[in-house]
Design a protein around this ligand. Structure first.
Ligand SMILES: *[C@@H]1O[C@H](CO)[C@@H](O)[C@H](O)[C@H]1NC(C)=O
Ligand SMILES: *[C@@H]1O[C@H](CO)[C@@H](O)[C@H](O)[C@H]1NC(C)=O
Length: 508
């Protein structure tokens, strides 16, 4: 029978291993198959320096199908020594695969195995290497013997002082855990565990940054409940590289050969335990920061639900009624316990909504007005510029026309006879001049030096065209060319030159 079970469990493990890509598929545990953690269990704390522990009914026969756990926690500078009584009888087998005493060197069932004991000869004393020790006593369905009794004693750690690895050293990060990265969550109907709260805890303890962690949460829910673990986020840095990061779920035994689930891929389906205790273990060896996961655990019972105590979640499970509308979806995949929680939204919520709405409207309005104003501003500027350009062109055109007119006329001939730098002063045309019919007053001549401005910097391309035309016309007749310059003050001037190319400076 035990052999069959062993084969079956091996087969299961193999199947789990091969299915690691998508995580093991989900299935409900048998209804009403509860294993109560603590039924056969003893805890020895740091103050209980020595004592005895034994198999049930020792030295009478122990029970069939019994699982007993013994936890030891000494002071940090102590280790734990166990000495067995002479009368020792646990069903004999070469591999101790039927009944056995299993001793692990640490806080958990998954801590390194120190000894697996059976037979009729009292084993040698066993000493832990840390201040934690885990002892399990497991029996199968037949052949019961007297069992064992052992004396335990906390003794000073002979290897002290242990040089503690430097903390928060990113270059040579010490592994955080497993013994000293432990969180105990007790007796609640639900709760949340996530990677960010782990990082916060490590920061608080001065142990972050680190890239190597082996952290464990012990989840305890009330008796006669089982545990549903449901991931809401699951993102590991190294996908499918289980050796670098993984999340393992154990039941109350936390034994590596009794894992409930192990995830190191892209998904983590829900997990249900048969016990009211579960261990969640997160291992990362290369990086911790990129792992983002978050889960909700829920205490549940099988149907039928006691409707005065429970809320019925879908087809299979009942959860405590206090979990309804508590902000955490506890029901996995089913009409949620978080639905219809605010049938009548509280007045305050309405007010908050209204206030938010008003603020949003105000902001929108402000944005709109700003846009309109800035559009209008740039439109006005464009318009203003266009008007200025138009005005300038008009004046320029008028000036050129004047040049052309006077160039044809007798005044021009008079001008042509003057030699530079003689200039004639004319009345400056109005800036807003519309008419082209203006003429220089007679005899207004002066020797104002040519151009206080230079190189025609104010000349528009438009004006250039006019002047080019004019030049062509004048050059063909071989005449000297006169140039009229209005400066920006009240001093219009005219100049003439034999070399038109260098003289054509017009300022409006
Ligand atoms: C992580 O879990 C804690 C409770 O353990 C909770 O207070 C916190 O809001 C959670 N953080 C995120 C990001 O979900
Ligand atoms: C439901 O729980 C209450 C409180 O424990 C108990 O009195 C009642 O008998 C239970 N009902 C059923 C149907 O089990």
């Amino acid at each position: 029978m035990k052999l069959l079970l062993f084969l079956l469990s091996t087969l299961c493990l193999c199947m789990q291993d091969s299915a690691v890509d998508d995580g093991p598929s989900f299935s409900f545990p048998e209804p009403n198959d509860y294993v109560i953690a603590g039924l056969c269990e003893e805890n020895f704390g740091p103050n209980e320096k020595s004592g005895f522990f034994e198999s049930p009914e020792y030295p009478e026969e122990y029970y069939a199908k019994e699982d007993c756990l013994f936890f030891f926690e000494a002071e940090e500078d102590e280790v734990i020594q166990i000495t067995f009584d002479k009368l020792f009888n646990v069903e004999e087998d070469d591999n101790c695969q039927f009944d056995q005493v299993e001793i692990h060197d640490g806080r958990y069932g998954f801590s390194p195995l120190l000894a697996r004991l059976c037979g009729t000869v009292a084993p040698d004393p066993v000493t832990s290497s840390t201040n934690f020790l885990w002892v399990g006593f497991f029996t199968d369905s037949d052949v019961e013997e007297e069992g064992f009794r052992a004396y335990y004693k906390y003794i000073p750690n002979p290897n002290l002082p242990v040089t503690k690895p430097p903390r928060a050293d990113i270059d040579t990060p010490a592994i955080v855990g497993p013994e000293d990265c432990f969180f105990k969550l007790d007796e609640n109907f639900d709760g949340e565990i996530n990677s960010s709260s782990l990082i916060n805890a490590l920061i608080d303890q001065g142990r972050y940054p680190t890239s190597k962690v082996d952290c464990t949460w012990e989840i305890n829910v009330p008796e006669n409940y089982k545990i549903l673990l449901e991931f809401q986020e699951f993102l590991l840095t190294y996908v499918n590289e289980c050796q670098h990061n993984r999340i393992i779920v154990y039941d109350r035994y936390a034994l590596d050969n009794r894992k409930v689930s192990e995830f190191c891929s892209t998904t983590a389906p829900p997990v249900m335990t048969k016990t009211n205790r579960a261990y969640l273990r997160f291992v990362a060896t290369k990086a911790i920061g990129g792992n983002e996961w978050k889960l909700i655990y829920t205490a549940y019972r099988d149907k039928p639900c006691n409707t005065t105590l429970s809320f019925e979640c879908g087809q299979h499970i009942c959860i405590d009624h206090e979990l309804r509308c508590n902000g955490r979806p506890n029901c996995w995949n089913y009409p949620s316990d978080e639905e219809n929680c605010h049938a009548n939204p509280p007045l305050l919520q309405g007010k908050i909504d209204a206030a938010l709405g008003a603020v949003m409207t105000f902001i929108l309005l402000l944005t709109f007005i700003t846009i309109v104003l800035s559009c209008r501003h740039s439109w006005l500027r464009t318009k203003h510029k266009a008007r200025e350009a138009r005005l300038r062109r008009t004046v320029e055109r008028s000036a050129v026309q004047y040049l052309m007119d006077t160039g044809e006329g007798p005044e021009s001939s008079e001008l042509a006879t003057m030699s530079p730098p003689n200039f004639q002063r004319y009345k400056r045309p109005d800036a807003g001049l519309q008419s082209i019919n203006y003429l220089p007053p007679e005899g207004a001549c002066s020797s104002v030096p040519r151009s206080r401005n230079s190189e025609g910097s104010n000349l528009s391309p438009h004006m250039n065209d006019y002047l080019e035309q004019l030049m062509d016309r004048r050059s063909s007749t071989g005449q000297n060319i006169s140039l009229f310059t209005w400066d920006t003050v009240d001093k219009p001037s005219a100049s003439s030159s034999k070399n038109p190319k260098t003289v054509w400076n017009v300022f409006v």
